[in-house]
Design a protein around this ligand. Sequence first.
Ligand code: HH2
Length: 258
Amino acid sequence: MGVVNVTPDSFSDGGINFDPDRAAETARRFLDEGAAIVDVGGESTRPGSEGVSVSEELRRVIPVLEALRGLPISIDTAKGEVAARALELGAELVNDVTALRCDPELAGVVAEHGAYLCLMHMQGEPRTMQDDPQYEDVVADVARFLDERLTFAVSQGIPEEAICLDPGIGFGKTVEHNFELLRRLDELTALGRPILVGISRKSSLGKIMGDPDATTGTTAASIGAAVLAYERGASIFRVHDVRAHVEALTAARAAVAG
Ligand code: HH2
């Protein structure tokens, strides 16, 4: 899954794809480079971010989705209205970082359109989530949460087969929490749904390189973590550097699967 943030302020590609033509060009390039799907988002969820209105989010993503009609697109949104417009324009998957906890309309929109859905774990909300994340047992807590949201989504008419789950790397988690989630990923694959991992360029990767104030990580560090996650059972990788990840994961697959 290639990431195209149509935002001025995303933590790693903020501003680069804010222009709709540029965003559509990046998305096409990602698909050429081997991405199975491109995740288009109009709202940054980086730590400290405030959120944008429905109208602003629509203004950002609609021209991009129009330009990409017919291509495999995911819409990164928590808003039912944005998801509905995106699905009408051919998007296939709704990537909701709030796991259907933000907009009560969203579940119905996904069910009605027969779309795929990603449910992600987040502790708190983007504005404050990195202030002091606390867990009894981060992996058990995330697994319990994802299982509960999966049951909720199915109760809203979304088939279980259409849902993937995501531990939400960096969303209300310390560096240790993030790496513990990767280390014990088998406890999440045990939930029986495909696991999506989004660690690409996240600050934890920069922090373990020795910079406590890092806001991003490098491509090489992202790939190292993705390959480990693949080996532990993840099957969808949300990444900013598609070609490099496709090459690395192809090699990892050859080694693991034979
Ligand atoms: N991470 C980000 C945004 N959306 N969706 C899923 N399912 N999983 C993730 O880990 C995830 C996500 C944050 O990364 P990015 O889109 O690069 O930055 P921003 O939120 O600042 O736009």
